[in-house]
Ligand binder design. Structure first.
Ligand code: GTP
Ligand code: MG
Length: 432
């Protein structure tokens, strides 16, 4: 009884005061809390989202099939995409009663464009969109995060081509842009196409380039004692050189996944041949929960902070006094209303000005039209007068002509009469 009281009082003390450890005199039962958590998590199931970034045909789909020991539906991408597209596919997987909702996102057409400047943007936008969706759900009044399909990317497998001497600038730019948004694990794809010594050199070169360009790749955590050793050793093997294949080949009396060549066999799960097993162990068996946790606690937290700050939320005011959400909301609302009123006034003023301008323009046009009309009227009157003048001249000419014609006719008539009387006179003279 006394002890219970002591424990109760302790909870009312200020947080920074030393805690009292009290002995329990018997089994209480809260030691089953971890088990409760496990069974609740198992019942809810888990989700894990992988983003595969790499050039077309680099072996992304094959590696995913090999990792999960299945064949996901895959279509070959063409090399003629005019921009990079993100293609997510979700699958429900089950292993020993543990349900996993797995989403694999492929970058279709990555590195195929002549201008590769904006290749990383669709990838970045996709990651941000998933964070945005989660934030939206979190900010809802009626949240249902327990059954929300979390699509935030937990890991980005960045496929590096093994043929170059080092990283391409596209790789460096993309990884640099993504490193604050997602856990990046770089892998050298199709590692069976380079010799062992070349591969070792390539790995060193890649790591030194990543360091010199300040690209933060995911480091396997070493805080948890249970995995300190393995994770620390695996950090030195990055980037993993992987080979993918779902083809089964008989080696001795065992069927193993391998790639067959005229000169020999590359066994996917043989650690002397490639780092596939290391990748699978690190990604799925040892660090899956840390990847999920880092995504939420580091990358999403950063996104959320930036977004909320963008929206005008802050935890403290200018005097570093803590700011309640309610106060922030009120301040923001007032600011918003003020801004809205200012915009409304601006728009009204703009509208009035526009009406005035249009009115003046119309008046100007009307004046121009009037002047044109007057001008045309004057022109018309002048033409009319000219025509009138010409008509009068023509009439006079016609009258003169008629007069001349009549005179001519009279003359002609007289002349004819004269001619017909003369022979008669001559005959008369002859008889006489
Ligand atoms: P898209 O989805 O079309 O961009 O291609 P992808 O990146 O998914 O490549 P995919 O897995 O379809 O493999 C393309 C070709 O590379 C196939 O012929 C694979 O057999 C081959 N391939 C895949 N993995 C490896 C590998 O590790 N080594 C070698 N040598 N070839 C591989
Ligand atoms: Mg593919």
């Amino acid at each position: 009884m006394e002890k219970t009281k002591g424990v109760k009082n302790q909870s009312q003390k200020p947080q920074n005061e030393d805690k009292r450890t009290v002995e329990l005199s018997g089994h209480v039962g809260f030691d089953s809390l971890p088990d409760q958590l496990v069974s609740k998590s198992v019942a809810n199931g888990f989700c894990f989202n992988i983003l595969c970034v790499g050039e077309t045909g680099i072996g992304k789909s094959t590696l995913m099939n090999t990792l999960f020991n299945t064949v996901f539906e895959n279509e070959e991408a063409s090399h003629y995409q005019n921009k990079v597209q993100l293609q997510p596919q979700t699958y429900d997987l089950e292993e020993s009663n543990v349900n996993l909702k797995l989403t694999i996102v492929h970058t279709v057409g990555f590195g195929d464009q002549i201008n590769k400047e904006d290749s990383y943007k669709p990838v970045l936008d996709y990651i941000d969109t998933q964070f945005g969706r989660y934030l939206e759900e979190e900010m809802k009044i009626k949240r249902s995060l327990f059954n929300y399909h979390d699509t935030r990317i937990h890991v980005c497998l960045y496929f590096i081509t093994p043929t170059g001497h080092s990283l391409k600038s596209l790789d460096l730019v993309t990884m640099k842009k993504l490193d604050s948004k997602v856990n990046i694990i770089p892998v050298i794809a199709k590692a069976d196409t380079v010799s062992k010594s070349e591969l070792d050199k390539l790995k060193i070169k890649i790591m030194s380039e990543l360091v010199s360009n300040g690209v933060q790749i995911y480091q396997f955590p070493t805080e948890d004692e249970a995995v300190t050793e393995i994770n620390a050793s695996m950090n030195t093997h990055l980037p993993f050189a992987v080979v993918g294949s779902v083809e089964e080949v008989q080696i001795g009396n065992k069927m193993v996944k391998a790639r067959l060549y005229p000169w020999g066999t590359v066994q996917v799960e043989n650690e002397n041949h490639c780092d596939f097993v290391k990748l699978r162990e690190m990604l799925l068996r040892v660090n899956m929960e840390d990847l999920r946790d880092q995504t939420h606690a580091r990358h999403y937290e950063l996104y959320r902070r930036c977004r909320l700050e963008e929206m005008g939320f802050k935890d403290t005011d200018s005097d570093s006094q803590s700011f309640s959400l309610q106060e922030t909301y009120e301040a923001k609302r007032k600011e918003f209303v003020k801004e809205l009123q200012r915009k409304e006034e601006n728009m009204r003023q703009m509208f009035v000005n526009k009406v005035k301008e249009t009115e003046a323009e119309l008046k100007e046009k009307e004046k121009e039209l009037h002047e044109r009309f007057e001008q045309l009227k004057r022109l018309h009157q002048d033409e009319k007068m000219n025509l009138e003048e010409k008509r009068r001249e023509l009439e006079e000419e016609m009258n003169a002509f008629n007069r001349r014609k009549m005179a001519a006719e009279t003359l002609m008539g007289q002349a004819l009469t004269g001619c017909s009387q003369q022979p008669f006179k001559k005959d008369k003279d002859k008889k006489n």
